[in-house]
Design a protein around this ligand. Structure first.
Ligand code: GLU
Length: 412
């Protein structure tokens, strides 16, 4: 992922080309405010000690406390975390919630850890970064390979360090510890609302629309469920082990695929499916492609072979700037990550609000508040594509940068 941050800066430069950004604002947006790095020494179950590299990048807090997930993955590096934190700052501005952008990561393959080791890594992270995080400072959340249980350990460790209750220090917690209804499915739910809006604008219907989803973690799996329920044809899904496709014109039975993954650890060889590779999945003749895994999946080497007419980015950074150019020329609509997956951080924002008040909303209330935010963000971005003649990513950046600029200017 050596180029993720360069890609992010290139996206910013493209936006700067279409809108006037004050020089000082642009200069500040090209660098994170703070980069914190820690070594986490962890006693493993066999008694040996392993030391894991851990990061937190606090990109921008002009609009509110830094906000963004923590990723546990063997390929995490500082360059990637910087890019992800920058995209969080853009994302929170696109949906206009009063939060900034940050991101964290630990270089570790959690699949190699026991549950006790995973807990020790999670607690060590919270302890090491405790001086820099907090409900009014920087609020971590789940990301790739981290979940509600990891957030519970982090919150508990943080509360032990500071000596008082502080549920708003992380979001994506279990319900019993102050998590929000609807947070688990929120990334997919927000993407689903955006896709429904887009289909209306381009005159397509769910029951005539086929979808392939790369990635079957929290975002991809929930998306498959939502789309299946709404009548879309789920042509294929994949995870880090490989992919599976339905027979021509058939749809996968999502519950069966989930059951198979729970049993075997992967979607591969789920009943009544054909195996395909994750790369093949990207090039299937479907209407909508949903990358929901990692960065740099759609690049200049495969962009011209993409057959989908819509790409909905539930992953962060799945499309490179070079691929964006190719896709735009081909007329493919790319709904960018900073809009398509912003439902996750939006419900994180709701969770944080509920934590500040100690007063909790029903799932229906959460969804009622999420829908207009996603619809407004979509139409704000869509309108800019029309007025400025740019693709949706550039439009989203133009919108976000104008909001960031307003906040930075008001502070003086
Ligand atoms: N990790 C998610 C993202 O990339 C959610 C971040 C959050 O809820 O703070 O948007």
């Amino acid at each position: 992922m050596a180029h993720a941050f360069n890609n992010a800066l290139e996206q910013l430069a493209t936006a700067a080309h279409y809108t006037e950004i004050h020089q000082a604002v642009l200069a500040r947006l090209q660098k994170p405010e703070r980069v914190i790095q820690h070594s986490l020494p962890i006693v493993m179950d066999d008694g040996t000690t392993q030391v894991f590299d851990a990061y937190r990048v606090q990109y921008n807090n002009a609009r509110g406390p830094f906000k963004g997930g923590v990723r546990f993955h063997q390929n995490v590096d500082l360059n990637e975390v910087k890019a992800l934190s920058f995209w969080m700052a853009i994302k929170t501005a696109v949906v206009n919630i009063p939060l900034g952008g940050g991101k964290g990561g630990v270089v570790v393959d959690p699949k190699q850890l026991s549950r006790a080791e995973l807990e020790r890594v999670s607690r060590a992270y919270a302890r090491a970064f405790a001086p820099y995080i907090g409900p009014m400072q920087d609020v971590p959340a789940p990301d790739v390979n981290t979940n509600a249980q990891v957030m519970a350990w982090m919150m508990d460790e943080y509360e032990q360090v500071v000596g008082h209750s502080a549920p708003g220090v992380v979001t994506g917690k279990p319900l019993e510890l102050g998590g929000s209804e609807g947070r688990g499915a929120a990334t997919a739910q927000g993407g689903f609302y955006v896709l429904q809006e887009l289909l209306q604008h381009v005159g397509k219907q769910a029951n005539n629309t086929s979808v392939a989803i790369q990635g079957f973690g929290n975002a991809g799996m929930h998306m498959a469920q939502l789309l299946e329920t709404a009548g879309y044809r789920i042509a294929a899904v994949s995870d880090s082990g490989g992919g599976v496709a339905a027979a021509d014109n058939a749809s996968l039975v999502v519950a069966d695929v989930i059951q198979h993954k729970n049993k075997t650890g992967s979607v591969v060889a789920a009943p009544s499916t054909t195996d395909i590779s994750s790369e093949e999945l990207l090039e299937l003749p479907v209407d909508v492609l949903v990358p929901a895994a990692l960065e740099n999946q759609i690049t200049d080497t495969n962009a011209d072979r993409i057959k989908a007419s819509i790409i909905l980015e539930l992953a962060n950074g799945p499309t490179t700037p070079q691929a964006d150019v190719v896709l735009h020329k081909k007329g493919v609509i790319v709904v960018p990550d900073v809009l398509a997956n912003a439902g996750g951080v939006t419900v994180s924002y709701f969770e944080w609000v509920q934590n500040q008040h100690g007063y909790y909303w029903s799932e229906a209330e959460v969804l009622d508040r999420l829908l207009p935010i996603m619809v407004d963000a979509f139409s704000d971005v869509w309108n800019i594509t029309k007025t400025d003649g740019v693709n949706m990513r550039t439009a989203a950046f133009v919108l976000a940068v104008s909001r960031l600029e307003a906040a930075m200017q008001s502070r003086g």
